[in-house]
Design a protein around this ligand. Structure first.
Ligand SMILES: [Zn+2]
Length: 267
């Protein structure tokens, strides 16, 4: 058989070179429908499986993925972009402009000014971070990037047995994948809870509950993924979470110090 995608000659159901199916049907309505919704409901319901397992056994899923079950689950970044679209469409359909689940930070150290000219506006920097934090796309990526060095360092002594017989801690990229999968959980829950935001007066209560649930999911994810005991998982995740925020604040502080330094040099 000759592969219609790459021209490779092969035997079997799938091309060993590019992975295309041996059976390629002409594009017609039935085939179109099958291709479009196949990954969600068909024989290969990767999306629903990944979404369901993210909610019910997040850490096992991530460990499976990291250790080699790659076809079985959705790639976290692809899944994230898809869920983000679903979230945006749900907001649009429900007529919600701003999600109640967006957290607002009140970081304000004031401005550093001389002769009435604002040299370093910490508030502006904080506003920028606030914008990042409120933004489901950039915010999540930014938060994941801040969390990666912290979590990689925090869990550096926790070794994960690998299929090749070795046992190593998670590297930065693997931690990034874990963080992005947990962001997918955040988006899944956000989307399902969106209709509740239409109820008057429920916002603040729901906001706090949502924050607690998503954080609990991070703990469960790391506990299952690395086979930790509860106290250790809770302790490491809480310290990791606090250090991630500290890194965030430190970055803002560094900008002010640099601006202050430049000002002194210019005098
Ligand atoms: Zn091929």
């Amino acid at each position: 058989m000759v592969c219609l995608n790459c021209g490779n000659t092969f035997e079997g159901n799938f091309c060993p070179h590019c992975g295309q199916s041996a059976e390629v049907k002409r594009l017609q309505a039935g085939e179109m429908l099958k291709n479009a919704i196949g990954p969600f409901v068909g024989g290969d319901n990767r999306f629903l499986r990944t979404a369901w397992q993210l909610i019910t056994r997040p850490g096992h899923l991530v460990r499976d993925y990291l250790l080699g079950k790659r076809i079985r689950y959705y790639h976290p970044l692809q899944m994230y972009v898809f869920l983000l679209t679903a979230y945006a469409i749900t907001c649009y359909v429900l007529g919600i402009n701003i999600s109640i689940f967006d957290r607002s930070s009140d970081i304000s150290f004031g401005d550093y000014e001389r002769d009435g000219i604002v040299l370093a506006s910490v508030r502006k920097v904080a506003d920028y971070f606030n914008f990042i934090e409120n933004d489901k796309l950039y915010g999540t990526l930014a938060a994941a990037i801040y969390a990666v060095p912290v979590f990689t360092w925090m869990f550096r002594k926790v070794h994960l047995p690998r299929p090749d017989g070795t046992s190593q801690p998670l590297c930065a990229t693997e931690n990034f994948y874990a963080q992005m999968y947990s962001s997918c959980i955040d988006l899944l829950l956000s989307t399902f809870l969106l209709p509740l935001s239409l109820i008057e007066g429920i916002g603040d209560w729901l906001l706090n509950a949502f924050g607690a649930v998503t954080f609990a999911y991070v703990i469960v994810l790391y506990r299952q993924m690395l086979g930790l005991k509860w106290p250790k998982a809770i302790l490491l995740c809480c310290i990791g979470f606090a250090l991630t925020i500290a890194l965030f604040v430190l970055f803002i502080f560094a900008i002010v110090v640099i601006a202050f330094g430049i000002d002194l040099l210019m005098k």
